[in-house]
Write a protein of this length. Structure first.
Length: 345
């Protein structure tokens, strides 16, 4: 069974029934990529091994299993986009990483590991699971859509987790590196660190800087698609491009710190100062154009100009609703540049 993706709306895919033994060998041979890095790691062992054990028991009971979905990459490897928990459980059990617990049907197997199953070992090895393979010919945009639709459950993947999965390469590695910079890693977490970040928010934040800096003219009011396309186009960036982007990003951040110190990317007029992406985008994109020396020299005036900006009714209007509309971004930048230019004189 094979569907036609010629119209860009339907998937080019094929189903295959893999025995567990084959799945395990393919993972070990790096032909099947579990990549828990983007799947938020293994979750079925949070409260002991009961959930994992119940899955193994269901397999022994021959209960039909939900299909797994794989995406084929350019090297014809298969990347797991749905089913990583199930396949990881199979891997761990075959590796004797846990003993069965909480069984209700095969109670006699309680406490046993895979190596202790006797004749049931070969039965489990031969158990098959339906796997749907999305061919590499599929448009990346369509595969992104499948990622989103398959992950509408309790643990939905973020847009950046999907980009990380689909576009590995030099740019992705740079985003991971720069997301560990203190100011990005701790962006928006609050003084008490009450906000937990686990969806690659920092990487998307760095990506925003590069995309708007290099391709702002291509922005068409859809931030997700804009970042998707930039990441796809630049996934395999050259060594020189990576070096230049790293320097540009760190330079922009340093210039923001020179002016605002520890009060980065906030409305300085408010008693409770929360960092916001509106201020991040605005300051990172504009201050980078000026010399560090000139910014240091006029630091006090720039801070006052920024406070004036944040208090401006026009600016407030441009930050209320439709934050990512191109017209709103342009208006905020226009208002700020007018004040900044005066402050730098």
């Amino acid at each position: 069974m094979d569907s036609n993706s010629g119209n860009g709306k339907t998937l080019n895919l094929y189903p295959i029934d893999y025995p567990f033994e084959t799945l395990v060998s393919r993972v070990k041979a790096n032909k099947l990529i579990l990549n828990p890095d983007f799947q938020r790691a293994y979750k079925w062992d949070k409260e002991g091994w009961e959930r994992s054990s119940k899955f193994i028991e269901s397999c022994l009971m021959r209960i039909p299993l939900p299909s797994c979905y794989f995406a084929e990459d350019e090297q014809s490897r298969h990347m797991v986009i749905d089913g990583v928990q199930r396949i990881t459980t199979i891997m761990k059990f075959f590796n004797d990483d846990f003993a069965l617990e909480g069984l209700t049907t095969f109670k006699e197997l309680e406490g046993r590991r895979f190596s202790e199953l006797g004749s049931l070992k070969s039965e489990l090895e031969a158990t098959t699971i339906r796997c749907i393979v999305l061919r590499k010919e599929n448009p990346k945009k369509l595969v992104r859509e499948i990622f989103s639709r398959l992950n509408q459950g309790a643990v939905k993947l973020s847009d950046q987790e999907i980009r990380h999965a689909l576009y590995p390469g030099a740019l992705d590695e740079l985003l991971k590196e720069l997301s560990e910079v203190e100011e990005i890693k701790n962006f928006g977490v609050g003084a008490n660190g009450e906000k937990v970040k686990d969806s690659r928010e920092g990487e998307e934040q760095v990506l925003r800087f590069f995309a708007f800096r290099e391709r702002s003219a291509d922005y068409k009011n859809n931030l997700r698609e804009f970042l998707d396309e930039f990441m796809e186009t630049n996934a395999e960036s050259s060594v020189d491009d990576v070096k230049a982007r790293r320097l540009h990003f760190l330079d922009a951040l340093e210039k923001c710190k020179v002016v605002f110190g520890g009060e980065l990317f906030v409305d300085m007029n408010k008693a409770r100062r929360r960092q916001g992406m509106v201020y991040y985008d605005l300051l990172m994109q504009t201050l980078v154009a000026h010399s560090k020396e000139n910014l240091e020299k006029h630091r006090v005036g720039i801070v006052e100009a920024y406070k004036e900006l944040c208090a401006s009714p026009d600016f407030k209007k441009a930050t209320s609703g439709g934050l990512q509309m191109k017209a709103s971004i342009a208006r905020r930048t226009e208002l700020w540049n007018a004040l900044l230019d005066k402050a730098l004189v």
